[in-house]
Design a protein around this ligand. Structure first.
Ligand SMILES: Cc1cc2nc3c(=O)[nH]c(=O)nc-3n(C[C@H](O)[C@H](O)[C@H](O)COP(=O)(O)OP(=O)(O)OC[C@H]3O[C@@H](n4cnc5c(N)ncnc54)[C@H](O)[C@@H]3O)c2cc1C
Length: 489
């Protein structure tokens, strides 16, 4: 029986899911990949044109396919010399940190190759439009598009990813990825940044690249900076290898956050004493994190978010050494200052912004002034507060609900969306960062690619026997979607 599947969002997750579905689908099946932005496969993370915005994961862990760990590294090695020169290591290897924009091109090219390898047929349809609503109707799921047309499919998957904070008002930039945030800036102007995580790091790198000389003050409650990856270490044969994650034996488990933290601390002590370092332990937790999250009660998860998350984030999501070296230099020459404290008040003044900060560890209030304030304090995940037509409509009609911790949408273990009444859908799914409430560790590529493989197997359990070993796709086309009826026309 022919099946039709609509994927909403073509960042890394949506594009990769399409690739995996294409590997499994038959001649009569149809996949629709719907993306509102012009660029498919890149999303927020990999659209940056700045070659100094590096991946925060080594190339050896960034393959789009878990069964082919060298896929991305080999792609990097095949790049023309001029493009490869953007990468610090020559030749690039598993330990390299490549520019994020290159990774976007890699995903795009993987999708394009899958399309070009085909020989006729219509399995993948690219739809360049915004999905603004979903409704159940006779014969399937109707996905309403902003142009006013509708696609009808058997199954729809939300792969809508990361939502930047909104709300730019005068000199206060709610969205740090808004091009205007750093444009037309006096190079000597003082600047304020909210947040001291990876987005702040990106913003400071962009400022340094554009020759900014003015002081930059970055403020967050604890003033914690992302830790950095260790540099590449050659083994005894001179070969550069990826650092080996710690093997937990027995695997960590338990419902108490305190007990779990003790196990991790003890293991870190052991790793440090044995010369393996704390990073190996944090990386060794990765295969267990989703299960551990699942085992924790709601109260324990809340406790984790309140007390441990900032520490977890800076140790888990690390920056490339060459990126952190530039930040350290900026701090040492006094241009970048990290302020630990809670913002008490933000006022727009004639010449910019004035922020009052209650400094950490006391009651002292400090005043900071900047020509602009750029909010790098994090992505939006509370879908009840997002100004997105699709999510608003889905919440209003009860087809989705927020997860209990407001980290995204509520889903079952297989990604099925849970509706207002607590029922898991058979035809509506979500995948990627908006499922963080259920899985927690579902943000970075190594976890997303596994999720895409599992989702493809869930939706198309039987790969057709006639499929070739690689992509079973025959061709694709770009469409102007139909007003109604199954599929597009
Ligand atoms: C700045 C940044 C850097 C990162 N760096 C790394 C890294 O180095 N390594 C790593 O492993 N992870 C990194 N991550 C984590 C990142 O979340 C994932 O790697 C991955 O990019 C998530 O992809 P996604 O497709 O789920 O979401 P997104 O990339 O956000 O893509 C979602 C897509 O859906 C589209 N969309 C949304 N709503 C609609 C709609 N209604 N209709 C049509 N289209 C819609 C959007 O336009 C977007 O293209 C980074 C994240 C950020 C924000």
């Amino acid at each position: 029986m022919a099946r039709s599947i609509g994927i909403i969002g073509a960042g890394f997750t949506g594009a990769l899911l399409a690739l995996h579905l294409l590997r499994r689908c038959g001649d009569q099946d149809r996949i629709f990949l719907i993306e509102k932005a012009r660029r498919f496969g890149a999303g927020l993370a990999y659209s940056t044109g700045n070659a100094h915005h590096l991946l925060n994961v080594r190339a050896g862990n960034m393959s789009a396919f878990s069964a082919e760990p060298d896929h991305f590294v080999e792609w990097l090695r095949r790049l023309p010399d001029q493009t490869r020169a953007m990468i610090d290591d020559d030749p690039p290897g598993p330990s390299s940190f490549a520019p994020r924009g290159l990774f976007g091109s890699y995903v795009q090219q993987s999708l394009a190759e899958a399309i070009w390898r085909g020989q006729g047929g219509d399995r993948l349809t690219i739809v360049n439009d915004e999905a603004v609503g979903i409704e159940r109707e006779f014969g399937g799921i109707g996905v309403k598009l902003a142009v006013g047309r509708k696609l009808v499919v058997d199954t729809a998957i939300l792969a809508v990813g990361n939502f930047p904070p909104a709300g730019t008002a005068g000199p206060v930039f709610g969205d740090p990825w808004d091009e205007r945030a750093l444009a037309d800036l006096d190079p000597k102007a003082p600047l304020l940044i909210l947040g001291t995580g990876l987005t702040m790091v990106d913003t400071v790198i962009s400022l340094l690249d554009q020759g900014h000389q003015g002081p930059i003050q970055a403020i967050s409650r604890r003033g914690l900076l992302p830790r950095q990856h260790v540099g590449a270490i050659p083994d005894e044969t001179g070969e550069i290898r990826l650092p080996r994650p710690w093997t937990f034996d027995p695997p960590p488990s338990g419902r108490s956050l305190v007990a779990l933290t003790q196990v991790v601390r003890r293991t870190i002590d052991q790793a440090e004493r044995g010369g393996r370092g704390w990073r190996s332990v944090i990386d060794g937790l990765r295969p267990h994190t989703q299960r551990l999250w699942h085992e924790l009660s709601h109260v324990e998860r809340k406790r984790f978010l309140r007390h441990l998350r900032p520490w977890w984030d800076v140790h888990r999501h690390r920056a490339a050494p060459q990126v952190m070296a530039r930040l350290t230099e900026a701090r040492e020459r006094g241009q970048l200052q990290i302020v630990a404290g809670k913002v008490a008040e933000t006022k727009v003044a004639e010449d910019g912004v004035v922020v009052q900060v209650k400094l950490r560890g006391g009651d002292a209030l400090a005043t900071y002034r900047g020509a602009r304030l750029i909010d790098c304090s994090g992505l939006n995940s509370d879908c009840t507060k997002l100004d997105q037509p699709l999510l608003k409509q889905l919440l209003e009609t009860g087809l989705i609900r927020s997860d209990a911790l407001r980290l995204g949408v509520d889903v079952a273990a297989d990604g099925a969306l849970i509706d207002r009444d607590g029922q898991a859908a058979a035809d509506l799914f979500a995948i990627g960062p908006i499922t963080k409430g259920a899985f927690w560790e579902i943000i970075a590529v190594p976890d997303l690619r596994v999720a895409c493989e599992a989702m493809a197997a869930r939706l198309l359990p039987a790969a057709p026997e006639s499929q070739p070993a690689d992509f079973g796709i025959t061709s694709s086309r770009t469409i102007a979607p139909s007003r109604s009826g199954r599929g597009a026309g």
